[in-house]
Each structure stands twice: as C-alpha cells, then as structure tokens.
Ligand binder design. Sequence first.
Ligand code: 3PG
Length: 397
Amino acid sequence: MISKLQLQDLDLKGKKVLVRVDFNVPLTKEGSIADDARIKESLPTIQYILKSGGSAILMSHLGRPKGAPDPHFSLAPCAKALSKLLGIPVQIAPDCIGQKVEKMAQDLQPGQVLLLENVRFYPAEENPSLDPTFAKKLASLGDIYVNDAFATAHRIHSSTAVIAQYFPGKSAAGFLMLKEVNFLSSLLNPKHPFYIIIGGAKISSKIGVLKSLLSKADGIFIGGGMAFTFFLAQGIKIGNSIHEDDQIPVAAQFLKECSEKNIPCWLPKDVIIANDFSDEAQSKCILASQGIPEGWQGMDIGPQTIEKWSSSLKDAATVFWNGPLGVSEFSHFATGTEKIAKALSSLKAMTVVGGGDSVAAIHHLNLASPFSHLSTGGGASLEFIEHGHLPGIDALK
Ligand code: 3PG
C-alpha cells in the first residue's frame, strides 16, 4: 500500500488535474492500436476526476521517438480510443507545452478531457537535466498532479518522478497505480506454494527479480530464450539458439543457489527447434538432453514440458509469470506460452502476470478474467518486485 495522498484525499472540484498516464500502447503496422488495455486501465482515475467536478489533462509517452516530433508516435489514435471508451470528446493538443497548449488547458471546463501530445517529443522528458524548465512548463498546466502511469514509474523522467515537486500537498497516485502496487506487493509475502514462471530473451533483465524472489519461491520454471543460456551453464549444446555468453556464470550460480536452497528450478525437458527464425521454418521436437544441433535454434517449449509444468503448477497458491515461453509472436511457436496461460487460468491460485508478451497472449486467448492481476508494466513490475519501490511512486510526497 502506498502511504501517500490518495485521489480521494484531494478536492478536485473545479480543478485542472494533470494526470500522467501510460498510453504507450502497441501499434499495428498501419498505426492503429493493437491492444488498448493500458487505456482501459486508466479509465477509473479519469472517470473519478470528471465525476468529482474536475477536468483531466492527460500526458503520456508513446514509443521511443528520440526526443523529436515524429508523427508515427502521435497520441492522436489514443485520444480517439479514449473518447470512444469514455463516451465524450477527448481533445488532442498539438504539443505538450507552449502557448497553444496553455490556452487549451486554460479553456478546459469541468468534465472535459485534454490529451497532450507525446512528452517524448522533447529530449528533456527522458533526460530532465537537459532542461529543468520542461517539467515546470508541464506542471504549469494543472492545479493537481496525479501519477497513474505505473508502467513508467521505474523511469526518472520529467513527467513522472521530476514534476511532482511542483505540487506540494497536491499530488497523488491514481487508482491503477494503487492496484498495481497492492497486487505486486502481495508477492513479497506470498501464500505457498509460490511458483515463478520466467521467460523472455534475456537473463540480464530478469535475474534481479529471480534473485529477490528466490528465498520466497517453492519452484521456478524457466522458459523462453533465456533458457538456452541456462542450458549452456549445464553444458547442453544449443545450436544457433539465442543466448547471452556473459550471463552463463550468472545462470550457473543461480542454479547452484536453487539446489543449495532445495528449490526446484525447472528448465524445458523438450524443445521445439527450427532451422530458421521464421514462422514458416521447418521445425521438430527434441529432448533437451540431446542438445540442439548446429543450424537449428530453440523456438518453444515442447509438449512434455507443457504437460509436466501444467501438472506441477496445480497445487499453487500464488503464481507470478513474466515473459513468453517461446517465440510467441510466431503462431507456430506460441503453443507453450498459450498452453501455460490456459493452465494458469484454470488454477484457484492468486495469479499475477507482468510483461507485454505474456499479457498479450492472455488477451489473445480471451483468458483475462480468471487471472487475479495482469500488470500493465513490464520493466516496472520487475523493478517494483525487486526493489519494493519505484522513483515515480516515491516522488508523490
Ligand atoms: C513500457 O512499455 O514498459 C513503458 O511504457 C515504459 O516504456 P520505455 O521502456 O520505453 O521507457
């Protein structure tokens, strides 16, 4: 629980409430929104502000536009999507600071919503020290500041951690931020058995969270691209599979710690391998103990692994899952991720999932409702579990 001011503690009537949301949504090649989950999750905060007699000035980033305006990363499609969800017009500003924007903010009436253009069109968003006046200019648009962008709360950016200083006694966490913190905090004192399923390509980005949860876990399942670095640490050949050479000792040390602490660490028993990194590649299933031949690469966990993991998860009281277990963006290699998602959806346990690809697989299968919590944050959820706090939350004094 965040022991800070909450939205309900603030008088929002007639106030312009500046809300940092995370509308960094995945886009299709044609530029339309592929998954609007992050926009939907921001609705309770926005609706509460409007219902309380305030107006909402929303700011967000989208993608990584390198500090300059880029129409590919315009938030205009998000304004449209939000307008549809709220059932009222949502204005999109041509910029996030400047005279035109100031006028639009001034003219905003209670019950109205204005979405500012992408804050990352300015380099000072990601590097606040480049221009300390950037955060101040953003701050001048609102009377109250609310941070509801959990997925960006691990970044020390102008619109997240820096801006809050301009709102002493007038800043609060939004409802999404609170919900994320409550669910993810419960993993720090989990009900047992507690299992962790980790996938994705890189050990380097997940080892922190693995280590921090190690003493609390009753079993760890490792899939995805990172499993191949663990294979190398065990002397298993991986052919052309993705791996991180410099993480082999880290993987070996982690396996050693698991065995010393008597915590089962499951690596894939069998693997679907392919002769190319493509959805159309020739593929076959092999036992991991055979090793992956040269010219072939691991693409997914195999059927024996799926069966074994699904049955081992059955007695879970708590599960945390982060990262796809195969190349889930290719339909032929999404089976492991999808079958484990299905297995988790049938558990009576508390199930918490973080990370874009694993959550996307759950949405794709229309399985969201049985899960306890689908985090909107990838990196943020991992860093929150690892450190127990995030700069964007700490800044809300
Ligand atoms: C995310 O999608 O993880 C957040 O929106 C943060 O984006 P970033 O990794 O580009 O900072």
